[in-house]
Design a protein around this ligand. Structure first.
Ligand SMILES: *Cc1c(COP(=O)(O)O)cnc(C)c1O
Length: 391
């Protein structure tokens, strides 16, 4: 298999030479001509079972060739047999819970998680009953009826690192879902550490330009079929135009992630010990990686950091008002830098009593670092922090 830098450029483009084109075509058909009823019937049976069509996609909710190109590329990057795309990251989380048979059953989940995932599990909307665990208590949280273990690393919003292989070992027979949104396959391939399901909010780094909402899940052949069945039944498809944009963004993924990661590491270093900042969270700082997972599990510390500003919520709100180059906004993984307040925004739906235990403090700000010149980012952030500290 080619190296990552080659895979991102060539994945999902294997047949372009044969087609005689250089850029992938965009297929927006909602339906496809069926001149043989017998073949069409056979094809429908295969698609309904979660397979790939041989001659015709039949209907756009069942299958789309442009979406399938991007799925093939992501499956390769995540060392998986299959990847299945959805209309959003949350649609991907929902489909995975359904495909894993977790509806009406027990789930073990490690906090912190993305606020939406936390809410979906805590609300019991899909009939799941959730036990919240820490990396040390997964084994004791497992029950006979546990269908799935859910984790993120680096976790949203504190960028806490979790040892995937250690969680997989504790989970025993129970499959583990790793949300790999923050790391991307450039920095971490959870299936190499035993994860069964690997999920992305592609709205973030995979899309990378702040203009596309999508989700994708990479897994083995059999579970890929289960995911496609759920996608057909629930209609949570990805629009082909969005898939085209996501595939268009993929060749620069490694460049973007590494450039943003370099900026994040430099900012973390400068912020650490700054008088307006009480605490900096970024896996490049030794105290944020006590188990030495960077280098072992991750190929780098990633491009998201968090800071706890001195002065709590009031100061945090002032920083968000004072930034000029950096955009105060939720979401992450874009080419530009975003700053947001997890307690008040992205993680507002998370049980308030759990906030302190998982590190979502009133003064915490999450920074998704972009690929701008690092000195411009520093000038803007430091000025905003000093304005906030001055009251
Ligand atoms: C944003 C996000 C999601 C949800 O994705 P959407 O595309 O917004 O539905 C899930 N997990 C993580 C880690 C996220 O950051």
């Amino acid at each position: 298999m080619n190296r990552l830098e080659t895979q991102v450029v060539h994945g999902g483009r294997e047949d372009l030479g044969e087609l005689g084109v250089h850029a992938p075509p965009l297929d927006r058909s909602t339906t496809y001509p069926l001149h043989s009823l017998a073949l069409g019937t056979e094809e429908i049976d295969e698609l309904a079972a979660g397979g790939h069509p041989r001659s015709s996609p039949i209907y756009a909710r069942l299958y789309n060739p442009t979406v399938a190109r991007w799925e093939r590329a992501i499956a390769g990057l995540e060392h998986a047999d299959e990847a299945v795309a959805f209309g959003s990251g949350m649609a991907a989380v929902t489909a995975t819970l359904l495909a894993a048979g977790a509806a009406g059953r027990h789930v073990v989940a490690l906090r912190p998680l993305y606020g939406g995932t936390d809410h979906l599990l805590a609300s019991g909307l899909l009939g799941t009953r959730t036990t919240w665990a820490t990396p040390a208590t997964v084994a004791e949280a497992i029950e006979d009826d546990t269908a799935l273990v859910v984790m993120e690393t680096p976790a949203n919003p504190t960028v806490a690192l979790v040892d995937i292989a250690a969680v997989v070992a504790q989970a025993g027979e129970v499959p583990v879902l790793v949300d790999n949104t923050f790391a991307t396959p450039i920095l971490q391939r959870p299936r190499d550490h035993g994860a069964t399901w690997v999920l992305h909010s592609a709205t973030k780094f995979l899309g990378g330009h702040g203009d596309t909402v999508a989700g994708i899940v990479a897994t083995d052949r059999e579970r890929g079929r289960a995911l496609r069945q759920v996608r057909i039944a629930t209609g949570a498809v990805l629009d082909p135009q969005a898939a085209y944009l996501l595939h268009r963004s993929l060749p620069t993924l490694a460049l973007r992630v590494r450039a943003a990661q370099d900026n994040a590491s430099e900012l973390a270093k400068r912020l650490d010990g700054h008088r307006g900042v009480a605490r900096v969270l970024h896996p490049s700082l030794p105290e944020c990686d006590p188990d030495g997972l960077v280098g072992r599990q991750m190929d780098g510390p990633g491009a998201v950091l968090a800071i706890e500003v001195a002065g709590g919520e009031v100061a945090a709100a002032r920083v968000m008002e004072a930034v000029e180059l950096v955009t105060p906004a939720v979401s992450l993984g874009s080419t530009d830098t975003l700053i947001e307040h997890p307690a008040g925004l992205t993680h507002r739906s998370v049980d308030a009593e759990a906030h302190a235990a998982i590190g979502i403090t009133p003064g915490l700000l999450r920074v998704s670092v972009g690929i701008e010149a690092v000195d411009d980012l520093w000038d803007d952030l430091e000025r905003a922090i000093l304005v906030a500290a001055a009251g």
